[in-house]
Design a protein around this ligand. Structure first.
Ligand code: ADP
Ligand code: MG
Length: 441
């Protein structure tokens, strides 16, 4: 008698959920990525009980036609890939067609969507992977996906979730990342009592950094001006093929002034083609850029954006798409390192290594911290750029019934420090933490 059997679809989806949906923030990640892929300009994330009771993502993207709204819940159903060749050059954040069936398998999911070209929208309801209801509905164009009672049918998984505050911290971190990568789009994150993030579209990355992290963080950073160069093969790499010479790598971002020290890498964010990644090679490049500037046991804060042709990077190497592989890794490494180093060199005289080694983070007394105004045309507090305040997680009072009366945008709160947001972001999704601990070893 044969021992091997093909698992039913429902079981396969629950297995996939083990890889893709680890916690509420993973659901937010998948839904946000879908909204961005759908061309949304405004994305609102509503959460209840740290996302355990409810996650609702509302976007104004292109929506789905009736048939697609149902097809989307089939495994490996995607509008983003057609052939295996497309895998070599992925321009969207999603591509595997796994997220929706996987999330639907472990929650009560309601999809409400309307393609702007259709007269009517569609409402589709799933519970524990079973289709409960489909009907036409009058809806605004765009998509709203509500994920209630995550893991209600997988009690073992539910037990592993952390406190509501911790889970909300992970969600805030995710939304912050995507807000950084898309300054031209609006991101809102709410709980029933608070608006945690609300950043309207802005023109420049500096404005978005200011909205999310505040002036003090902006003052601690220097801009890495956008630099680009054609890809070149390193000595150790295969020669460029004809036509490849035109491929360009572009690097830009912000990095902390030499006197700023962080005890860990939690202030480092790397985006490749606007996808948040955790890449060992780039972390090494950042470390190298600070050689003789920072002692080896402390870290800078860096927001680094790399843009390159899609076929120069393989994003299909990790279940949550958090790790990537570069084709010309040596070139990418050296170019990123040099861009950061150049930005640091153009700043004021650096604190001596000895002073840095004492762990004293006071600004260099010889040269008071330069204002960030050069790189920040908005002009600090009076820039008119609406601010977002991300409160201390302790201040959120989630689960304790202690709500804050803070209303975003009213300016009533004291200006947040950069440390505050980095403290929130320290609570990274577990996969990031794992990647991080691997990097340390
Ligand atoms: P993938 O993103 O890898 O394609 P998903 O399971 O996340 O797989 O989504 C399946 C399909 O559903 C997507 O390819 C897309 O066509 C559609 N879809 C999902 N979310 C949205 C959305 N917010 N707006 C429009 N279409 C969506
Ligand atoms: Mg997706």
């Amino acid at each position: 008698m044969s021992r091997i059997r093909i698992l039913p679809e429902a079981v396969a989806n629950k297995i996939a959920a083990g890889e893709v949906v680890e916690r509420p923030a993973s659901v937010v990640k998948e839904l946000l990525e879908n909204s961005l892929d759908a061309g949304a300009n405004s994305i609102r994330v509503e959460t209840e009980v740290g996302g355990k009771r409810m996650i609702r993502v509302i976007d104004d993207g292109h929506g789905m036609a009736h048939d697609d709204a149902l097809l989307a819940f089939e495994r490996h159903a995607t509008s983003k890939l057609r052939s295996a060749d497309d895998l070599l050059s992925i321009s969207t954040l999603g591509f595997r067609g796994e997220a929706l069936p996987t999330i639907a398998a472990v929650s009560r999911l309601l999809l409400e969507t309307r393609d702007a070209n259709e007269a009517e929208g569609t409402r589709v309801e799933f519970a524990g992977g079973k289709l409960i209801n489909v009907k036409s509905a009058g809806l605004a164009p765009g998509t709203t996906i509500s994920v209630a009672d995550l893991f209600y049918c997988v009690p073992a998984r539910r037990k592993f979730l952390k406190s509501d505050t911790t889970e909300l911290g992970h969600i805030a971190s995710l939304v912050t990342h995507y807000a950084l990568a898309n300054p031209g789009k609006q991101f809102v994150l709410t709980t029933p009592t608070q608006e945690i993030i609300n950043c309207p579209p802005v023109e420049k990355l500096a404005d978005r950094v200011y909205q999310l992290f505040g002036k003090q963080t902006l003052d601690e950073l220097v801009e890495i001006p956008s630099v680009s160069a054609d890809f070149r093969a390193a000595i150790t790499e295969p020669e460029m093929e004809p036509g490849e010479e035109s491929a360009t790598l572009m690097v830009t971002g912000f990095t902390s002034r030499p006197e700023i020290q962080r005890p860990n890498r939690n202030g480092i964010y790397v985006f490749v083609n606007r996808r948040l990644v955790r890449d060992r090679l780039i972390l090494h490049a950042i470390h190298e850029a600070y050689r003789n500037i920072l002692p080896g046991n402390v870290f800078p804060a860096t927001l680094l954006f790399l843009e390159m042709p899609y076929d120069e990077v393989d994003v299909n190497v990790h279940p949550a798409k958090i790790e990537v592989r570069f084709r010309r890794s040596q070139f990418v490494h050296d170019f990123a390192r040099d861009a950061i180093r150049q930005a640091l060199m153009s700043t004021r005289p650096i604190a001596s290594f000895a002073a840095a080694a004492t762990g004293n983070i006071a600004p260099n007394p010889v040269a008071p911290p330069a204002s960030f105004a050069q790189g920040f045309t908005g002009g600090g507090e009076n820039s008119g750029v609406p601010r977002t305040v991300i409160p201390h997680l302790e201040e959120l009072g989630v689960g304790s019934g202690v709500g804050s009366d803070y209303a975003p945008g009213n300016g009533a709160r004291p200006s947040p420090t950069g440390r505050r947001i980095f403290r929130v972001l320290r609570r990274m999704p577990r996969q990031l933490c794992r990647a991080r601990s691997r990097l340390r070893t």
